[in-house]
Ligand binder design. Structure first.
Ligand SMILES: Cc1cc2nc3c(=O)[nH]c(=O)nc-3n(C[C@H](O)[C@H](O)[C@H](O)COP(=O)(O)OP(=O)(O)OC[C@H]3O[C@@H](n4cnc5c(N)ncnc54)[C@H](O)[C@@H]3O)c2cc1C
Length: 411
Protein backbone atom coordinates (compact mmCIF):
# COMPACT_ATOMS: atom_id res chain seq x y z
CA UNK A 1 0.00 0.00 0.00
CA UNK A 2 1.29 3.52 -0.75
CA UNK A 3 -0.41 6.90 -0.46
CA UNK A 4 0.48 10.53 -1.03
CA UNK A 5 -0.08 13.44 1.33
CA UNK A 6 1.06 17.06 1.59
CA UNK A 7 2.70 16.35 4.96
CA UNK A 8 3.45 13.19 6.96
CA UNK A 9 3.73 13.61 10.73
CA UNK A 10 5.31 10.80 12.74
CA UNK A 11 3.99 10.89 16.35
CA UNK A 12 0.47 11.80 17.37
CA UNK A 13 1.28 13.42 20.71
CA UNK A 14 0.47 17.02 21.50
CA UNK A 15 2.91 18.51 18.96
CA UNK A 16 2.03 16.19 16.08
CA UNK A 17 -1.73 16.48 16.49
CA UNK A 18 -1.64 20.28 16.89
CA UNK A 19 0.45 20.54 13.71
CA UNK A 20 -1.96 18.25 11.82
CA UNK A 21 -4.89 20.44 12.85
CA UNK A 22 -3.07 23.67 11.95
CA UNK A 23 -2.14 22.27 8.51
CA UNK A 24 -5.62 20.92 7.78
CA UNK A 25 -7.05 24.36 8.59
CA UNK A 26 -4.73 25.67 5.85
CA UNK A 27 -6.12 23.14 3.39
CA UNK A 28 -3.25 20.61 3.50
CA UNK A 29 -3.72 16.85 3.51
CA UNK A 30 -1.91 15.22 6.42
CA UNK A 31 -1.02 11.69 7.49
CA UNK A 32 -0.45 11.21 11.23
CA UNK A 33 1.46 8.03 12.01
CA UNK A 34 1.03 7.00 15.65
CA UNK A 35 2.12 3.88 17.50
CA UNK A 36 -0.80 3.87 19.96
CA UNK A 37 -4.43 3.04 19.08
CA UNK A 38 -5.61 6.26 20.78
CA UNK A 39 -4.63 8.47 23.74
CA UNK A 40 -4.68 6.59 27.05
CA UNK A 41 -5.37 7.91 30.55
CA UNK A 42 -2.28 8.13 32.76
CA UNK A 43 -1.98 9.15 36.42
CA UNK A 44 -0.50 12.59 35.86
CA UNK A 45 -1.35 16.24 35.44
CA UNK A 46 0.19 19.06 33.45
CA UNK A 47 0.22 22.79 33.34
CA UNK A 48 -0.73 24.78 30.27
CA UNK A 49 0.97 28.15 30.32
CA UNK A 50 -0.36 31.43 28.84
CA UNK A 51 1.58 30.92 25.55
CA UNK A 52 0.04 27.45 25.10
CA UNK A 53 -3.44 28.69 26.01
CA UNK A 54 -3.21 31.43 23.39
CA UNK A 55 -2.37 28.83 20.70
CA UNK A 56 -5.12 26.44 21.80
CA UNK A 57 -7.50 29.39 21.50
CA UNK A 58 -6.22 30.09 17.95
CA UNK A 59 -6.82 26.43 17.09
CA UNK A 60 -10.40 26.71 18.38
CA UNK A 61 -9.85 24.20 21.22
CA UNK A 62 -9.66 26.25 24.41
CA UNK A 63 -13.34 26.65 25.19
CA UNK A 64 -14.00 22.92 24.64
CA UNK A 65 -11.00 22.13 26.84
CA UNK A 66 -12.27 24.30 29.68
CA UNK A 67 -15.49 22.29 29.72
CA UNK A 68 -13.48 19.11 30.49
CA UNK A 69 -12.14 18.41 33.99
CA UNK A 70 -9.43 21.00 34.57
CA UNK A 71 -8.42 23.68 37.07
CA UNK A 72 -7.81 27.32 36.33
CA UNK A 73 -4.93 28.34 38.61
CA UNK A 74 -3.55 31.82 39.25
CA UNK A 75 -1.32 31.34 42.25
CA UNK A 76 1.63 29.03 42.86
CA UNK A 77 2.85 28.82 46.46
CA UNK A 78 6.36 27.68 47.31
CA UNK A 79 7.06 26.32 50.81
CA UNK A 80 10.02 24.81 52.61
CA UNK A 81 9.41 21.16 53.49
CA UNK A 82 10.74 21.94 56.97
CA UNK A 83 8.07 24.64 57.29
CA UNK A 84 7.62 28.24 56.23
CA UNK A 85 6.47 29.97 53.07
CA UNK A 86 9.13 30.94 50.54
CA UNK A 87 7.36 32.74 47.73
CA UNK A 88 4.03 33.19 45.95
CA UNK A 89 3.78 33.71 42.22
CA UNK A 90 0.55 35.20 40.90
CA UNK A 91 -0.17 34.99 37.14
CA UNK A 92 -2.73 37.81 37.45
CA UNK A 93 0.13 40.33 37.15
CA UNK A 94 0.60 39.28 33.48
CA UNK A 95 -1.35 41.08 30.74
CA UNK A 96 -4.91 39.72 30.36
CA UNK A 97 -6.52 37.66 28.94
CA UNK A 98 -3.56 35.22 29.16
CA UNK A 99 -2.86 35.70 32.84
CA UNK A 100 -3.66 32.27 34.24
CA UNK A 101 -2.68 28.62 33.85
CA UNK A 102 -4.85 25.61 33.17
CA UNK A 103 -3.95 22.42 35.01
CA UNK A 104 -5.35 19.18 33.69
CA UNK A 105 -4.72 15.53 33.01
CA UNK A 106 -3.08 15.60 29.55
CA UNK A 107 -5.29 12.72 28.47
CA UNK A 108 -8.27 15.11 28.15
CA UNK A 109 -6.33 17.46 25.88
CA UNK A 110 -4.89 14.63 23.76
CA UNK A 111 -8.28 12.94 23.46
CA UNK A 112 -9.95 16.21 22.46
CA UNK A 113 -7.37 16.72 19.70
CA UNK A 114 -7.68 13.10 18.60
CA UNK A 115 -11.47 13.37 18.30
CA UNK A 116 -11.11 16.62 16.37
CA UNK A 117 -8.68 14.99 13.92
CA UNK A 118 -10.99 11.97 13.49
CA UNK A 119 -13.64 14.42 12.23
CA UNK A 120 -11.24 16.35 9.97
CA UNK A 121 -11.47 15.18 6.38
CA UNK A 122 -7.97 16.24 5.34
CA UNK A 123 -6.35 14.26 8.17
CA UNK A 124 -5.69 10.54 7.86
CA UNK A 125 -4.84 8.87 11.18
CA UNK A 126 -2.59 5.82 10.83
CA UNK A 127 -2.90 4.48 14.37
CA UNK A 128 -1.14 1.36 15.71
CA UNK A 129 1.47 2.14 13.09
CA UNK A 130 5.19 2.15 13.81
CA UNK A 131 7.62 4.31 11.90
CA UNK A 132 10.53 2.25 10.53
CA UNK A 133 12.51 4.37 8.05
CA UNK A 134 12.69 7.50 5.93
CA UNK A 135 12.47 7.08 2.16
CA UNK A 136 14.86 9.24 0.12
CA UNK A 137 15.35 10.22 -3.50
CA UNK A 138 18.60 11.93 -4.48
CA UNK A 139 19.37 12.47 -0.80
CA UNK A 140 16.05 14.24 -0.13
CA UNK A 141 13.37 12.78 2.18
CA UNK A 142 10.27 11.90 0.14
CA UNK A 143 8.28 9.68 2.51
CA UNK A 144 8.38 6.99 5.16
CA UNK A 145 8.09 3.25 5.54
CA UNK A 146 6.07 2.08 8.54
CA UNK A 147 4.61 -1.12 9.94
CA UNK A 148 0.88 -1.44 10.42
CA UNK A 149 -0.68 -4.67 11.68
CA UNK A 150 2.48 -6.60 10.77
CA UNK A 151 2.39 -5.15 7.23
CA UNK A 152 4.86 -2.72 5.71
CA UNK A 153 3.34 0.45 4.25
CA UNK A 154 4.89 3.33 2.32
CA UNK A 155 3.61 6.89 2.54
CA UNK A 156 4.87 9.77 0.38
CA UNK A 157 4.95 13.54 0.87
CA UNK A 158 7.31 16.45 0.10
CA UNK A 159 7.92 16.87 3.83
CA UNK A 160 8.06 14.52 6.84
CA UNK A 161 7.83 15.90 10.39
CA UNK A 162 9.31 13.97 13.32
CA UNK A 163 7.13 14.58 16.37
CA UNK A 164 7.92 11.26 17.97
CA UNK A 165 9.21 12.39 21.36
CA UNK A 166 12.54 12.65 23.13
CA UNK A 167 13.84 9.29 21.86
CA UNK A 168 12.87 10.17 18.28
CA UNK A 169 13.62 7.56 15.61
CA UNK A 170 12.94 10.14 12.90
CA UNK A 171 15.73 12.33 14.33
CA UNK A 172 18.06 9.35 14.16
CA UNK A 173 16.96 8.51 10.60
CA UNK A 174 17.60 12.15 9.60
CA UNK A 175 21.18 11.58 10.79
CA UNK A 176 21.07 14.55 13.13
CA UNK A 177 23.77 14.70 15.75
CA UNK A 178 22.13 15.10 19.16
CA UNK A 179 22.75 14.89 22.88
CA UNK A 180 20.12 13.05 24.91
CA UNK A 181 20.64 13.66 28.63
CA UNK A 182 18.78 11.62 31.24
CA UNK A 183 18.45 13.71 34.41
CA UNK A 184 19.31 11.84 37.61
CA UNK A 185 15.84 12.71 38.97
CA UNK A 186 12.44 11.34 37.93
CA UNK A 187 8.92 11.83 39.34
CA UNK A 188 6.37 9.51 40.87
CA UNK A 189 2.93 10.81 39.91
CA UNK A 190 -0.57 10.20 41.29
CA UNK A 191 -4.08 11.55 41.03
CA UNK A 192 -5.74 11.60 44.47
CA UNK A 193 -8.90 13.14 45.95
CA UNK A 194 -8.42 16.79 46.80
CA UNK A 195 -8.03 16.98 50.57
CA UNK A 196 -10.44 18.98 52.68
CA UNK A 197 -9.18 22.49 53.18
CA UNK A 198 -7.00 22.46 50.07
CA UNK A 199 -8.49 25.70 48.84
CA UNK A 200 -5.35 27.62 47.97
CA UNK A 201 -4.05 27.14 44.43
CA UNK A 202 -1.08 25.02 43.35
CA UNK A 203 1.61 24.24 45.90
CA UNK A 204 5.29 23.23 45.78
CA UNK A 205 7.25 21.92 48.77
CA UNK A 206 11.04 22.16 48.42
CA UNK A 207 13.44 20.41 50.76
CA UNK A 208 16.95 19.09 50.71
CA UNK A 209 16.96 16.84 47.63
CA UNK A 210 13.21 16.47 48.01
CA UNK A 211 10.32 18.03 46.04
CA UNK A 212 6.59 17.52 46.35
CA UNK A 213 4.16 19.26 44.01
CA UNK A 214 0.40 19.48 44.48
CA UNK A 215 -1.71 20.76 41.59
CA UNK A 216 -5.51 20.61 41.57
CA UNK A 217 -6.67 19.06 38.26
CA UNK A 218 -10.42 19.43 38.82
CA UNK A 219 -12.88 20.40 41.56
CA UNK A 220 -12.36 16.97 43.19
CA UNK A 221 -8.91 15.76 42.21
CA UNK A 222 -5.34 16.66 42.97
CA UNK A 223 -2.27 15.82 40.88
CA UNK A 224 0.68 14.94 43.09
CA UNK A 225 4.29 14.59 41.93
CA UNK A 226 7.16 13.48 44.13
CA UNK A 227 10.79 13.63 43.04
CA UNK A 228 12.98 10.53 43.36
CA UNK A 229 16.49 9.61 42.25
CA UNK A 230 16.20 7.62 39.02
CA UNK A 231 18.89 5.25 40.31
CA UNK A 232 16.63 4.40 43.28
CA UNK A 233 13.47 3.79 41.26
CA UNK A 234 13.78 -0.02 41.22
CA UNK A 235 14.52 -0.21 44.95
CA UNK A 236 11.60 2.11 45.79
CA UNK A 237 9.15 0.22 43.60
CA UNK A 238 10.19 -3.15 45.05
CA UNK A 239 9.61 -1.80 48.55
CA UNK A 240 6.26 -1.30 50.29
CA UNK A 241 4.03 1.38 48.79
CA UNK A 242 3.18 2.53 52.33
CA UNK A 243 6.66 3.78 53.11
CA UNK A 244 6.61 6.03 50.05
CA UNK A 245 3.10 7.29 50.87
CA UNK A 246 4.16 7.92 54.47
CA UNK A 247 7.13 9.97 53.27
CA UNK A 248 4.70 12.17 51.29
CA UNK A 249 2.12 12.34 54.11
CA UNK A 250 4.88 13.55 56.44
CA UNK A 251 5.31 16.68 54.27
CA UNK A 252 1.65 17.68 54.29
CA UNK A 253 -0.64 16.04 56.87
CA UNK A 254 -3.76 16.96 54.84
CA UNK A 255 -2.66 14.38 52.26
CA UNK A 256 -2.71 11.41 54.64
CA UNK A 257 -6.39 10.54 54.17
CA UNK A 258 -6.51 10.99 50.35
CA UNK A 259 -3.29 8.98 50.01
CA UNK A 260 -5.09 6.00 51.56
CA UNK A 261 -7.02 5.70 48.27
CA UNK A 262 -3.79 4.73 46.45
CA UNK A 263 -4.04 0.95 46.66
CA UNK A 264 -1.11 -0.29 44.58
CA UNK A 265 1.95 0.70 42.55
CA UNK A 266 -0.25 0.35 39.43
CA UNK A 267 -1.85 3.66 40.40
CA UNK A 268 1.52 5.43 40.54
CA UNK A 269 3.05 6.80 37.35
CA UNK A 270 6.78 7.11 36.76
CA UNK A 271 8.06 10.01 34.69
CA UNK A 272 11.74 10.15 33.75
CA UNK A 273 13.12 13.55 32.72
CA UNK A 274 15.14 13.98 29.53
CA UNK A 275 16.83 16.88 27.78
CA UNK A 276 17.45 16.79 24.03
CA UNK A 277 19.84 19.09 22.20
CA UNK A 278 19.75 18.46 18.46
CA UNK A 279 22.32 20.08 16.21
CA UNK A 280 19.69 20.84 13.55
CA UNK A 281 15.89 20.60 13.43
CA UNK A 282 15.56 20.56 9.65
CA UNK A 283 16.90 18.59 6.67
CA UNK A 284 15.98 18.37 2.98
CA UNK A 285 12.31 17.35 3.14
CA UNK A 286 12.12 16.87 6.92
CA UNK A 287 11.79 18.73 10.23
CA UNK A 288 11.58 17.95 13.95
CA UNK A 289 9.17 19.45 16.49
CA UNK A 290 8.46 19.14 20.23
CA UNK A 291 10.47 16.81 22.43
CA UNK A 292 12.05 15.21 19.34
CA UNK A 293 13.85 18.52 18.74
CA UNK A 294 14.31 19.90 22.25
CA UNK A 295 12.92 18.03 25.29
CA UNK A 296 13.64 20.05 28.44
CA UNK A 297 13.58 19.70 32.22
CA UNK A 298 9.96 19.97 33.43
CA UNK A 299 10.69 22.68 36.04
CA UNK A 300 9.70 25.38 33.52
CA UNK A 301 6.50 23.42 32.64
CA UNK A 302 6.96 24.44 29.01
CA UNK A 303 7.56 21.21 26.99
CA UNK A 304 3.99 20.84 25.76
CA UNK A 305 3.59 24.59 25.31
CA UNK A 306 6.77 24.73 23.23
CA UNK A 307 5.52 21.83 21.08
CA UNK A 308 2.43 23.97 20.39
CA UNK A 309 4.60 26.95 19.44
CA UNK A 310 6.62 24.71 17.10
CA UNK A 311 3.42 23.44 15.47
CA UNK A 312 2.00 26.86 14.60
CA UNK A 313 5.38 28.25 13.50
CA UNK A 314 6.12 25.26 11.27
CA UNK A 315 2.61 25.35 9.76
CA UNK A 316 3.27 28.93 8.69
CA UNK A 317 6.74 28.17 7.28
CA UNK A 318 5.31 25.18 5.39
CA UNK A 319 2.75 27.51 3.78
CA UNK A 320 5.64 29.44 2.20
CA UNK A 321 7.42 26.20 1.30
CA UNK A 322 4.30 25.02 -0.58
CA UNK A 323 3.94 28.38 -2.32
CA UNK A 324 7.54 28.24 -3.51
CA UNK A 325 7.72 24.48 -3.93
CA UNK A 326 10.87 24.58 -1.82
CA UNK A 327 11.14 21.86 0.85
CA UNK A 328 14.91 21.94 1.06
CA UNK A 329 16.67 22.42 4.38
CA UNK A 330 17.14 26.05 3.43
CA UNK A 331 13.42 26.43 2.70
CA UNK A 332 12.47 24.96 6.10
CA UNK A 333 15.20 26.72 8.11
CA UNK A 334 13.10 29.84 8.95
CA UNK A 335 11.15 27.56 11.31
CA UNK A 336 14.30 26.73 13.28
CA UNK A 337 15.59 30.31 13.11
CA UNK A 338 12.36 31.62 14.64
CA UNK A 339 12.26 29.03 17.41
CA UNK A 340 15.75 27.99 18.51
CA UNK A 341 16.85 30.91 20.68
CA UNK A 342 13.63 30.93 22.67
CA UNK A 343 13.78 27.17 23.25
CA UNK A 344 17.45 27.23 24.27
CA UNK A 345 16.75 30.03 26.76
CA UNK A 346 14.07 27.89 28.37
CA UNK A 347 16.31 24.82 28.41
CA UNK A 348 19.02 26.79 30.19
CA UNK A 349 16.53 28.28 32.64
CA UNK A 350 15.09 24.83 33.34
CA UNK A 351 18.58 23.42 34.02
CA UNK A 352 19.39 26.26 36.39
CA UNK A 353 16.16 25.60 38.27
CA UNK A 354 16.88 21.85 38.37
CA UNK A 355 20.31 22.57 39.88
CA UNK A 356 18.92 24.70 42.71
CA UNK A 357 15.51 23.12 43.29
CA UNK A 358 16.64 19.48 43.23
CA UNK A 359 19.81 19.95 45.25
CA UNK A 360 20.63 17.95 48.35
CA UNK A 361 23.60 20.20 49.21
CA UNK A 362 23.06 22.45 52.23
CA UNK A 363 24.78 25.60 50.81
CA UNK A 364 22.78 25.43 47.55
CA UNK A 365 19.53 24.77 49.46
CA UNK A 366 20.28 27.80 51.61
CA UNK A 367 20.94 29.95 48.53
CA UNK A 368 17.79 28.68 46.78
CA UNK A 369 15.62 29.53 49.78
CA UNK A 370 17.21 32.95 50.03
CA UNK A 371 16.55 33.65 46.32
CA UNK A 372 12.91 32.54 46.68
CA UNK A 373 12.42 34.88 49.64
CA UNK A 374 13.98 37.80 47.80
CA UNK A 375 11.87 37.12 44.71
CA UNK A 376 8.83 37.14 46.97
CA UNK A 377 9.68 40.69 48.04
CA UNK A 378 10.86 42.00 44.65
CA UNK A 379 8.05 42.62 42.15
CA UNK A 380 10.39 43.32 39.19
CA UNK A 381 12.51 40.19 39.50
CA UNK A 382 9.49 38.00 40.26
CA UNK A 383 7.71 39.37 37.18
CA UNK A 384 10.73 38.76 34.98
CA UNK A 385 10.99 35.13 36.11
CA UNK A 386 7.24 34.57 35.77
CA UNK A 387 7.03 36.11 32.27
CA UNK A 388 9.80 33.77 31.06
CA UNK A 389 8.22 30.63 32.52
CA UNK A 390 4.74 31.69 31.36
CA UNK A 391 6.14 31.85 27.81
CA UNK A 392 5.35 35.56 27.60
CA UNK A 393 8.98 36.72 27.34
CA UNK A 394 12.32 35.30 26.21
CA UNK A 395 14.35 37.53 28.50
CA UNK A 396 16.44 35.51 30.96
CA UNK A 397 17.92 36.73 34.25
CA UNK A 398 21.09 38.76 33.68
CA UNK A 399 24.11 38.28 35.96
CA UNK A 400 23.11 41.51 37.71
CA UNK A 401 19.60 40.11 38.33
CA UNK A 402 21.16 36.95 39.76
CA UNK A 403 23.47 38.91 42.05
CA UNK A 404 20.51 40.95 43.28
CA UNK A 405 18.30 37.89 43.73
CA UNK A 406 21.03 36.23 45.79
CA UNK A 407 21.14 39.29 48.03
CA UNK A 408 24.77 40.14 47.21
CA UNK A 409 23.66 43.58 45.95
CA UNK A 410 20.66 45.56 47.16
CA UNK A 411 17.69 45.46 44.77
C1 LIG B 1 7.64 15.02 34.92
C2 LIG B 1 7.23 15.83 33.72
C3 LIG B 1 6.31 16.86 33.89
C4 LIG B 1 5.97 17.67 32.80
N1 LIG B 1 5.11 18.69 33.00
C5 LIG B 1 4.82 19.54 31.97
C6 LIG B 1 3.93 20.63 32.17
O1 LIG B 1 3.40 20.85 33.27
N2 LIG B 1 3.68 21.45 31.10
C7 LIG B 1 4.27 21.24 29.87
O2 LIG B 1 4.02 22.03 28.95
N3 LIG B 1 5.09 20.19 29.66
C8 LIG B 1 5.37 19.33 30.67
N4 LIG B 1 6.18 18.26 30.46
C9 LIG B 1 6.73 18.03 29.10
C10 LIG B 1 5.70 17.43 28.13
O3 LIG B 1 5.10 16.28 28.67
C11 LIG B 1 6.38 17.09 26.81
O4 LIG B 1 7.20 18.16 26.43
C12 LIG B 1 5.34 16.85 25.71
O5 LIG B 1 4.59 15.71 26.01
C13 LIG B 1 6.03 16.70 24.36
O6 LIG B 1 5.07 16.44 23.38
P1 LIG B 1 5.51 15.79 21.99
O7 LIG B 1 4.25 15.73 21.17
O8 LIG B 1 6.68 16.50 21.44
O9 LIG B 1 6.02 14.32 22.34
P2 LIG B 1 5.31 13.08 23.02
O10 LIG B 1 4.24 13.53 23.95
O11 LIG B 1 6.40 12.24 23.57
O12 LIG B 1 4.59 12.33 21.82
C14 LIG B 1 5.30 11.49 20.93
C15 LIG B 1 4.31 10.57 20.24
O13 LIG B 1 5.01 9.82 19.25
C16 LIG B 1 4.60 8.48 19.30
N5 LIG B 1 5.72 7.67 18.76
C17 LIG B 1 6.97 7.52 19.28
N6 LIG B 1 7.73 6.74 18.50
C18 LIG B 1 6.94 6.39 17.45
C19 LIG B 1 7.16 5.57 16.29
N7 LIG B 1 8.35 4.98 16.06
N8 LIG B 1 6.14 5.41 15.42
C20 LIG B 1 4.94 6.02 15.63
N9 LIG B 1 4.68 6.80 16.71
C21 LIG B 1 5.67 6.98 17.60
C22 LIG B 1 4.31 8.20 20.76
O14 LIG B 1 3.43 7.12 20.92
C23 LIG B 1 3.68 9.55 21.18
O15 LIG B 1 2.29 9.56 21.01
C24 LIG B 1 6.54 17.42 31.52
C25 LIG B 1 7.44 16.36 31.33
C26 LIG B 1 7.79 15.58 32.43
C27 LIG B 1 8.77 14.46 32.22
Amino acid sequence: MSQKFDVIIVGGGMGGMALALALARRGRSVAVVERQARPRPFARGELLQPNGLRILNQLGLLEALKKLPSYLAYEYHFHRIEGGRLCTVDYRVLPPPWNYTLILTPYYLLNLLFQKLEQTELVHLFTETDFSELLRQNGRVVGIRAVRMARSIELFSPVVVGSDGAHSQVREAMGIQSEVYNYPEAYLTMIIPRPKGFHRDARYYLGQGEILGLFPVSAEKLYLFYMIRTAELERIRKGPLDSMLNAIGRIDRALREPLETVASWNEVGVMPCVRVRAKRWTADGAALIGDAAHAMNPHVAQGRNQALEDAVTLAEVLDHAFQKGNFSEEGLRPYETQRRRRVENLQRQADEMALFWNTGLIPLTWLRNRVFKRLDRNDRLRYKMLALIAGESSERFTWMDRVKAAGILPV
